[in-house]
Write a protein of this length. Structure first.
Length: 122
């Protein structure tokens, strides 16, 4: 079985869990400015614990703007992968221009909508 087939099989098995997690992330306001990702970081830490991954290290430049660092040992000591992302979103802007509540994830026509859904929260 090819790697992509294994990945697709895994995604299909856990699809509902993935969607639930993304919906929960979208519900957490992390607009920047002003910038406050503590809620998102806390939810990601819960997920990391549930998945039995190594405990994340929290690094703070400001108390309300944590960074998460998770080191996962691989099979090779000579190759490294760094995945860098962000937990904030752009501001909502004019709420009247939204067709749905930006903090309530909605699936329409097979697409997930909500603030951050097409960015790192998704």
């Amino acid at each position: 079985m090819k790697l992509i087939d294994n990945i697709n099989k895994y995604v299909k098995i856990y699809e509902n869990s993935f969607i639930k997690f993304v919906k929960e992330l979208i519900a957490i306001n992390s607009e920047n400015p002003p910038g406050n990702e503590k809620g998102v970081a806390e939810r990601v830490i819960q997920e990391v614990k549930m998945l039995d991954l190594p405990k994340p290290k929290l690094v703070y430049m400001k108390p309300e703007r944590p960074n998460l660092i998770i080191n996962i040992d691989g099979e090779s000591s000579d190759k490294k992968l760094l995945y860098s992302g962000h937990m904030d979103t752009k501001p909502v802007g004019d709420i009247t221009k939204w067709q749905t509540n930006p903090f309530t994830a909605v699936i329409k026509n097979g697409r997930l909508y909500g603030l951050g859904a097409c960015d790192m929260k998704g």
